[in-house]
Design a protein around this ligand. Structure first.
Ligand code: ZN
Length: 214
């Protein structure tokens, strides 16, 4: 018997009578002509920080990769399995996106785990521990700062890790070359799920600022 959770089937019914029916033409032309999104977004798996919802994006507009804590690993052509690097390669080389946005968010569980590495792994594989070790040096530095409160440390590492991922993006030759030619622009953003505030990274200073959206 084919089955999905009722909530998913209910949602699908609403999608078909709502968004799909109003955008059927767009879906059909996307199917015929293929996708050509201008923007790739690297976001967290967190169910509260969905890029398509935050940016009110329709079909074909955003090429999204989501992973725990929206991290980009460094360029490592080592024959291992690199899902985020594969998505990046496709977005840059095939889709030729013009923008890549690394979007972090408040109350990120992955970042929280990185700040308290003493916690026991969730499974013997400790995949989260291994993945979050990408930001271990920064996590250790921030975790040891007793002048900051726990929530200040959390927000600090969420934002530091965005800058770290942007630096790793530039370690990919294709990204570095296209950025140098002015055909690709990198951005950092941080979304506060409790208030809906979006903060955007200033390219010159690395600080996060509220964009003028009114
Ligand atoms: Zn997260």
């Amino acid at each position: 018997m084919a089955h999905l959770p009722d909530a998913l089937l209910d949602g699908y019914r609403k999608f078909m009578s709502g968004r799909y029916s109003t955008e059927a033409g767009r879906y059909r032309s996307l199917a015929r002509e293929g996708q050509a999104p201008d923007t790739m977004i690297i976001a967290c798996c967190d169910s509260r920080a969905a890029p398509e919802a935050i940016f009110d994006a329709g079909p074909g507009e955003l090429f999204v990769v989501r992973n725990v804590a929206n991290l980009v690993p460094p360029y490592a052509p080592d024959g291992e399995f690199h899902s985020t690097s594969a998505a990046l390669e496709f977005a840059v080389q095939s889709l030729k996106v013009k923008h890549i946005v690394v979007m972090g968010h408040g109350r990120c569980g992955g970042i929280r785990a990185a700040l308290s590495p003493a916690a026991a792994p969730l499974s013997p594989g400790d995949f989260i521990g291994k993945w979050m070790s990408l930001v271990a040096p920064a996590a250790e530095a921030v975790a040891g700062n007793t002048m900051m409160t726990a929530s200040e440390r959390q927000t600090a590492l969420e934002r530091i890790s965005i800058r770290y991922s942007l630096a790793n993006l530039r370690s990919f030759p294709c990204v570095n070359i296209l950025e140098g030619k002015g055909r690709l622009t990198l951005h950092g953003a941080w979304f506060d799920i409790s208030t809906g505030e979006l903060w955007v990274m200033n390219k010159d200073t690395g600080d996060f600022e509220r964009p003028d959206v009114d």
